[in-house]
Design a protein around this ligand. Structure first.
Ligand code: SIN
Length: 304
């Protein structure tokens, strides 16, 4: 059996396959369907300092290439999350990565500072790239100076492994990858959803209450592979590849272009065991190709 373990900052994972924020709830929602202990990590839905309700419905719409969502980051707030979900998550032998967000730089720093003291939280994914709320979050991901300031502010208040999640809709992803590294991030994850919309032609109304949303699923996979390749080439910190993973082959593409780990997102909605199936597929591939450990495959794309 090849060695599937991956180290990202201080985070130690048994496998390179985690589940992406926003597609796996806070863990309990999937616990009857998936052996949580077999996941590389669980990245929980975004948490802010205070509870929020999110957007009006409809919040999701299926399109030919995936799903467009405009959920708007509803969340139980820091206190609600720690009280309601951390006792459950602490029962498992799986790293917990909390996706954090705020409307101001101070809010990001405040929620990060509080998580620094929470037993059982292993890393923070900084959500600077949600396209679905009007203030904060999304804006921080597409303005390089704001992006740097958020990462620096969070870095100052916590020793937890920090993973900014990059937006795809920027002119040069390498600049954001480098800014993350220079600002003290331990890793980067990419991509978040791609801004998108859908219209009902009979009513001529937008299909989402928020009008626009973020596209996820198979339709964004090839775009994500290209951006992960560019980002991984620009930094020394590990990269986590996200975007439209359905099969082991999709995940292997990310590893080969330079990602050290991957996260399965939208596919968990239709097949909750996708992350575990992808893990088995990666192990089988490594064995078939004579690799002793998954890290040996990272960044091995051949140019011949
Ligand atoms: C949402 O809650 O609107 C999606 C979260 C995100 O894209 O970061």
């Amino acid at each position: 059996m090849p060695d599937l373990s991956v180290h990202i900052g201080r985070l130690k994972m048994k496998t390179p396959v985690m589940v992406a924020s926003g597609t796996f709830g806070y863990g309990p929602e999937y616990a009857d369907l998936v052996d949580l202990n077999k996941l590389g990590a669980i990245v929980v839905k975004g948490i802010a300092r205070h509870p929020t309700r999110g957007n009006e419905t409809p919040r999701t719409v299926e399109v030919a290439s995936g799903l467009i969502n405009a959920i708007g980051l509803p969340n139980p707030g820091f206190d609600g999350f720690v009280e309601q979900y951390m006792p459950f998550l602490r029962q498992y032998d799986v790293p917990v990565i909390v996706n954090i967000w705020g409307k101001t730089i101070e809010e990001y720093a405040e929620v990060a500072r509080r998580f620094d003291e929470v037993d059982g939280v292993h890393a923070l994914e900084i959500n600077v790239s949600c396209p679905n709320i009007k203030e904060g979050s999304g804006l921080f991901g597409t303005d390089l100076d704001m992006f740097r300031r958020v990462v620096e502010a969070v870095r100052k208040v916590t020793d937890l492994t920090l993973i900014p999640k990059l937006a795809p809709n920027v002119s040069d992803i390498r600049a954001y990858a480098r800014a993350a590294e220079e600002s003290g991030a331990d890793a980067i994850s990419l991509i978040n959803s791609v801004p998108a919309m859908a219209v009902d032609v009979e009513t001529r109304k937008p299909k989402l209450a928020n009008v626009t949303g973020g596209l996820t699923g198979p339709g964004i996979h090839s775009l994500a592979v290209k951006l992960v390749w560019e980002a991984a080439g620009a930094v020394r910190i590990p990269v986590i590849g996200i975007g439209g993973i359905v099969t082991a082959e999709d995940a292997l593409e990310f590893l080969i272009v330079g990602a050290s780990a991957v996260a399965v997102g939208t596919a968990s909605f239709t097949q909750p065991t996708t992350a575990l199936d992808v893990t088995d597929g990666i192990a089988a591939y490594l064995e078939r190709h004579g690799y002793g450990a998954v890290h040996e495959l990272v960044g091995t794309m051949s140019s011949e």
